[in-house]
Design a protein around this ligand. Structure first.
Ligand code: PLP
Length: 451
């Protein structure tokens, strides 16, 4: 098999191609969209008004027969590709054995196996423990609970542009008000937001940006009151902001020196997405706790907190858990997903995606003058769209480009505090010829929209 073909093992034998047979959305999707409008809360958004019947590898196929290239992975979830064989086989076997017992009532081995894998794969060779949950937000909430019990302190530090979820505590921790927080207050207390390192905008070194944040923490909160510093090593919803080198290590040092629990929220960046198992590894930092979800289980809902044994074990028995946390089907999917990542070396695949995308995007930037920054790592790449030859964010054009890509059969997502980031999160198993086709479409649409 050549590298331009798919090496992904999927159970659905769907051609890995972009193929449009109707307008997007097609007539069948339009029909269901009508029912959706009268059945589903208007508060639940959707990027594309289409309905999917099958998906595999790098494509999603809608009920009208259109095959779209998936540059979103259901928001960084299907890193191993949709319907990956290793995931599907294990899930089917598990469904036939049993579907649920509640790990807090009667236990099963796969939960333990997932925790062992997490303890082995996450940064640092210290003794670790894990606990399993259902969603990223739940993992972040639990990391905060654990840090507060361990430190007997209350304050939680988060950062500008940060995203941590949609529950009450994680809304408070999330930076951007619209759409995530608008009207949903009051929010949880004892959350303090600090400036981030944002190289394309602040012009500071990592050390300078960290010193600034640290001096504010000392003055405004007091180091001795801080239970946890919670940060995404690369901001996800904030627009794939990679902090300047040295920023994260300075925060880790400050945490270690002051008895603060350093929590890396790797819900989006984890599990090979950035070309390493965890994005912390790019900076050589070892977090005290790490939260994971999204890419962990090939599409099934699973999340985890993993960290230092003395911190994780400081919680009283019964203090952590939940009815579905670490559901056996989700655990089976996670073990399949991790096996696929190891067997198919998806870290290497993620790095290859970066190596293909960045030069192509740089050419588009040069040709159009509307891309002010190209950033990210591995298969987590973003561009900032600005008014031609300026640094002024252009959210309208960004959304027009995204819509034009959708109409042409490429699923792309937007992000960013200023709404001007196009972000790309292809499945790591995306065949090269599909990635190439997606980039050609993205180039055409950027050129047409900004002509
Ligand atoms: C998506 C995300 C969350 C929330 O995860 P859910 O599963 O949607 O609750 C938390 N943190 C980060 C960094 C995320 O990207």
């Amino acid at each position: 098999m050549t590298t331009s073909e798919s090496t992904a093992m999927t159970v659905n034998d769907i051609p890995q191609e972009r193929r449009l047979v109707t307008a997007i959305p097609g007539p069948k999707s339009l029909e269901i969209q009508k029912r959706r409008t009268s059945a589903v809360s208007a508060g639940v958004g959707a990027t594309l008004p289409i309905f999917i019947s099958k998906a595999a590898g790098g494509v999603v196929v809608d009920i009208d027969g259109n095959s779209l290239i998936d540059m979103g992975s259901g928001i960084a979830v299907t890193s191993v590709g949709n319907s990956a064989k290793q995931v599907v086989d294990r899930v089917i076997a598990q469904v036939q054995d049993f579907t649920h017992t509640c790990f807090m009532v009667t236990q099963y081995e796969s939960y333990v196996e997932v925790c062992e894998a997490l303890n082995r794969l996450t940064p640092g060779d210290h003794e670790k423990r894990s606990a399993l949950f259902n969603t990223g937000a739940e993992a972040v909430e639990n990391a905060v609970k654990i840090a507060r019990v361990y430190t007997k302190r209350q304050a939680v530090v988060v950062f500008e542009h940060g995203y941590h979820g949609r529950t009450n505590l994680t809304m408070a921790m999330t930076a951007k008000v619209a759409p995530y927080k608008q009207g949903f207050g009051p929010f949880a207390s004892e959350i303090y937001r600090m400036p981030l390192s944002y190289p394309a905008h602040d012009g500071l070194t990592g050390k300078e940006a960290a010193d600034h944040a640290i001096s504010r923490m000392i003055k405004e909160i007091g180091a001795e009151n801080i239970a946890a510093i919670v940060i995404e090593p690369i901001q996800g919803e904030g627009g794939f902001i990679v902090p300047a080198q040295g920023f994260l290590p300075s925060l880790v040092k400050f945490s270690n020196d002051n008895g603060i629990v350093f929590v890396a929220d790797e819900v989006q960046t984890g599990f090979c997405r950035t070309g390493k198992w965890f994005a912390c590894e790019h900076e050589g930092i070892v977090p005290d706790l790490i939260t994971t979800a999204k890419g962990i289980a090939g599409g099934l809902p699973l999340a985890a907190v993993t960290g230092r044994a003395e911190i994780m074990d400081s919680v009283h028995a019964g203090g952590l858990g939940g009815t579905y946390g670490g559901n056996p089907i989700a655990c089976a999917a996670a073990l399949g997903s991790i096996a696929a990542m190891e067997e198919e070396d998806l870290n290497e695949k993620a790095r290859n995606i970066e190596a293909i995308m960045k030069p192509r995007l740089a050419k588009i930037a040069e040709a159009t003058g509307v891309i002010s920054d190209i950033r990210g790592r591995g298969a987590m790449i973003a561009i900032e769209i600005v008014k031609k030859d300026t640094n002024e964010p252009d959210p309208d054009t960004t959304s027009k480009i995204a819509k034009a890509c959708h109409a042409a059969g490429v699923v792309v997502l937007t992000a960013g505090t200023y709404g001007n980031v196009l972000r790309f999160l292809p499945p790591l198993v995306m065949p090269e010829h599909l990635l190439d086709d997606a980039l050609t479409i993205i180039e055409q649409q950027i050129k047409e929209v900004t002509a």
